[in-house]
Design a binder for this molecule. Structure first.
Ligand code: SF4
Length: 71
């Protein structure tokens, strides 16, 4: 029942760590020194919007999930 989906472009990520700094709830830096979302299907946006807006290379996009139209 995800309401938002994270689209993360790992190729773009430069591993700056900003997303993990502003949104440690869902972002961490992996062993490859690139960001890693803990979850890609979200019920709440939370700080992921801030992570999206803070990424210097626009590697993070948060989009509404479309398959769930019960409301
Ligand atoms: S803010 Fe963007 S470039 Fe920086 S680590 Fe996160 S996804 Fe990668």
């Amino acid at each position: 029942m995800a309401r938002f989906i994270i689209k993360f472009d790992k190729e773009k990520c430069i591993g700056c760590g900003t997303c993990a700094a502003v949104c440690p709830e869902n972002w961490e830096i992996g062993d490859d020194n690139k960001a890693k979302p803990k979850k890609i299907e979200l019920e709440k946006l939370g700080c992921n919007k801030t992570a999206e807006e803070s990424c210097p290379v626009q590697a993070i996009r948060v989009e509404p999930a479309t398959e769930n139209s019960t409301e």
